[in-house]
Structures are given as structure tokens and as C-alpha cells.
Design a protein around this ligand. Sequence first.
Ligand code: SF4
Length: 289
Amino acid sequence: MQLSVVRRGFNYGQDGPGNRLVIHLQGCNLRCPWCSNPEGIAPRGTLMETGKPIPAHICPYGGILDGRLKRSVCDACVDRPCLSHPDRLGIAVSCARLPVETLLTECEQGRPLFFDGGGVTLTGGEPTLQFEAVEALLGGLRKRGIDTAMETNGLHALLPSLFPLLDLLIVDCKHPNPEKHREVTGRSNAVTLRNLDQAFANHPNLLVRTPLIHGFNDDDAALEGFRAFYRGKDTRRARFEFLRYHAFGAVKWQQCGMPYEMRDADVPEETRERFEQALRADGHTVVRT
Ligand code: SF4
């Protein structure tokens, strides 16, 4: 069983407790225009231009012009022979396929670095797109006694079956209104909201994350929608976090040949504080990690 992995590396505290090996998995079923990891969206991996001119002769289909990819040609290319050409230059694919066992060995070897309660975090892309392999990886980590966390958009109907394998579950709740969510990200999040109901009831360590994006979810209607959705839920074992929009991913959108269309999306600190205070006033625990 294999997993398609964008990249992996250690970080401290952003994606769970302690020092963690964070594994980014390839493929996402949303199209959030503010995504900071756009190379992780396409399930089969994204071709990225790394800056040097790409030699035309590595492509037999006329997909390279003046040292750049012709995306209209590449998008329809099935076998991507350029990637295995010995003269390959200036081009990379965003992901690699690795056996679950290889990743487990790597996690085992990283164990000395899991200090301060650290472990392994799966994020994306969207990890649940590779559900069976992710389940196998989490099961293997659990058997080895390694702390597990996963960040997900919550859209997989079987997400609750992974709860017993996760020490920390991070669910992105981007909007309380499924139709508004669909308009901007391409899909309704009705399943996410249902899975959050399950998580409030059944997961002992839930972090609900909301990126605040101006013009999408930073107005009073959205805030009242979040409050209404969380009202009446047993959130004693849950924490909530609001993140401010940032444009860190803009360069990567260019490298992936995709237009970065976010404009005026910044949310002032006062707005974040207003959302935080409102949830605290409703009795929820709000954190910044
Ligand atoms: S992906 Fe296909 S069309 Fe594009 S450069 Fe590579 S071989 Fe050519």
C-alpha cells in the first residue's frame, strides 16, 4: 500500500503538541483560492517550474515553449515522460509515492525528535483522499505508541472511523453555511458539519480551525452562523482557533502555473479578536497555537 506524499519535515507546535514530523499528503477535493500549499491539490501531483529554462527536447509532445511549460498540453499528458528524461532540468513534480512501511520506518527513526509530547501529524492536501493507506499508517503509528494528529477538511463520510487512531483531530471549519462554502471552495461542507457533530460527541481532543478570509467568512453573518452551529454542542473537549489570511502561497501558485486570485483578503487583528471573544463569551475554549 502506498501514499502520495508532497513533503515531510519537522516543525514545532504548529500542527499539534511538541516537535512533530509533519507529513503533507498529495491531493485535495477543495479549491480554496487562498491555499498555501497549491502544489498539493492535484491528486496525481503538480508540475512545478523551478526557475531554470526547461529543455524542449525532454518533451515529445511539444509541451515546452521558450523554456516554459505549455500547461494546456501538460494538463492532458498522461505519462509525463519529461520527468524521467536524463536531461530533465527546471521542472519537478510535487509529490512522490512511498510505501506505508517506508513512512512508518521514517517515523520510527524520527522518534528521538518527538520531544515535548511530539509525534506525527498528517496534513495536506487532504489526507482522507488516500483513506485506506492513511488508516494503515495511523494504525501502524498507534501500534508503535507514536502520538498521532491529523488535519482534515472533514469531508470524508468515514472520518469518524479514524477517531480511535488520532490523539489529536484538527478539523478545518471554513464556513457555517454549506452553500457559501461551495461557492468559494467548490464543495459544500455539509459533511464536515456532520462530522464535527460526531467529533464534539466522540473525540477527546478536537481542534476546530477557521482561516479568516475577508469577503468570505469575516462578517457578522458568518460569525453568527458559527455561533449558532456551535451552540448547544458539548464542546468541553474541543478548542477553537481562528487564523488570519496570509499570502505565503502566492509564489507557489505561480510555480504551479495557476493564477493567484486573492485580493484584499487580509483580516485585521481586531476581527480575529472579535471572533475569539464571541466564542469565549459562548463558553468555548479559544486558543492560538
Ligand atoms: S508533462 Fe507531458 S506534455 Fe508536459 S512537458 Fe512533460 S512530457 Fe511534455
